[in-house]
Structure formats: C-alpha cells, structure tokens
Ligand binder design. Sequence first.
Ligand code: EAX
Length: 331
Amino acid sequence: MRKPVVLYGLVLAVALLSPLIDAPQAFSQSITMRIAHTTAPTHPYTTMAQKLADSVKSKSNGGMVITIHPASQLGGERDLMEGLQLGTVDMMSCSLGVAASFVPELNLMNLPFLFRDAKHYTEVSNGPIGQRLLKAVEPKRLVGLGLYAPVFRVPMNGVRPIASPADFKGLRMRLMEVPLHMDTYKALGASPLPLPFGELYTALQLKTVDGNENALATLYSERFYEVQKYVSILPVFSNGAILLMSQATWNKLTPPQREIVTSSVPDALAVGDRDYLAMDEKGLTVMKGAGLGVNTPTDLTAFREAVKPIYGKYLEKMPDWVKEAFQQIQK
Ligand code: EAX
C-alpha cells in the first residue's frame, strides 16, 4: 500500500521542480555584471559605462551592480567579443570595426566617407537601419543594446601632414584588425599594419609603425599625440561603437532586470556621445598646444576616388537590405 503513495509523491515533486531544473539559472535578486573595453578610464566608453552602472544600480535599489573594466584589463576587442559569445564577459563597448568581424552586416557603418557629419551618423544609427543592425547581432549569441559615438577616425603620424592620397605613400599605418579598414588604407596608398590597441603606444614610441588613425578623443585619451607629429582632419571612417551584452547573461536576467538595463541605455549612450564630441574638441586643442601639425584637407575628391573599389568589394557580399540601406544613407 505505502509504495504507490511514495511514488505518487515523487512524481509530483519532479513535476513541480522540473521547470526550475531546465530554466537557465536566473540571477538571484542581487547580480553583478562586468562591462569591459580597451580604452583609458578617462575615455567616453568609461563615462558611458559609469552612467549605465549608476542608473541600473539606483533602479534596482542596489540589487544590480555593473563593474567597469577599461584599458584592455579583460583583453582586446576581439578577445572581449569572444568572451561575450562564451558568456565569460557580460557587456562591452566595441568599435563597429572589430564588431563587424563577428557580424558582417555591421560593415555597412564602416564604409569610408559614408557619413556627412555627426548628425547624419546619429540619424542613421538611431533610425530603422540602426535598429536592424542591432537585431543582426542576435544570431551570434549577442544582444545589441545600442549604437553610439558620432565621431570620426582621422589619421595621425610622425612623418608628414596628409593633404592628398600621395602623402600616404610608404606610411606604415596601424589599423585595427579589420579587413575593410586595412583594404581602405591600402587603396589610399599607405602600408596598413594590424596591431592590438594595447600595444599601440609602444609601437608608435619605438617607431615600428609611423602612424595610426582614431577619433581625436581617443588619440588624446591614450596620449598617442605625445609620440606623433601630425594629425590630419580627414574623416575616413566613422568611429561608431556598439554596446553589447552576452546572450548568456541576458538569458539569466529576469524580465524586470532586462527592463532596468534597457531603460537605462539611452541616457548612458547620450553621455557617451556628449563626452566623445567634447573630448574630440578638447583633444584637438591640447594637440595644437603640444605643437602637433594640424591640417584639414578641404577637397576630398581624390581620397573618395581612391577608395571607390571598397564599396563594391564589401557590399557585394551583403544581404539586399544592407545594399538598400547603403543607397538610403547616400541620399
Ligand atoms: O574601440 O582599436 C582601436 O583603435 C579602437 O578604437 C579601440 O579599441 C576602441
């Protein structure tokens, strides 16, 4: 007689507990997440992350904590992207250049001379095209929380000012490990060399490379201008960035916790944009004060002509919606 009751009890227990057994181990009430990036603690990536951390903490009454790991503490951008996919890193700010190595559609935003100015970049990244690009990361075990950083990557070097493509001839330029960027600088006449960000200051100091290219804010925050002579305001690429979360981390969050994160993102990205634009300006002033030669090529026709093959090469591999988006952006 007793055995059926015990059995019945067991079946009931399993039935009740099974949803808990196979559900991803949701975060208990208090959670800690790590956000990482490669740039200095003073950089806009960090001020953006601090704003996000502060909002999330206050909205969760201290239950959700985000710790910030700048200056490649947890690895370079490629390592961090792999860490997001593995779930060993919770969040990061990544350049759209490196992120495109994992999500090719993002290369749309990396095409040279694509955006007229900061306003144009922000309109596109905050609009339907930007939203669709954020969705495109999901099949790669990533969650796209937002696009920001409406500034441009400009060349800096220790040899000569860049006034025409001919001035790039023979210049060993450090580029991110991004094929589209490398091909573009090759088309401009330079000798591109891929190098992790964390090794760049020393490479410039030891002159194993002649130059690099980045946002003025980053050339300033990383103090690259200390070991370079010329900066040319030639906006070859957008310096757009993407705020990403690991799909594994997202799956562990409860719906209210997800809401706290997503509702905190817009203000945080606005801080990132504001600080990027302000630090670009401050950086240029400091560089001029430090005696760097600053020039601004006014006629970009020859530069645009030189990079024309890049559009065909990278767009031909893209899905139709990306090709259409490119046409829209060019209007
Ligand atoms: O995204 O490597 C670079 O030049 C990037 O600008 C940097 O990692 C921040």
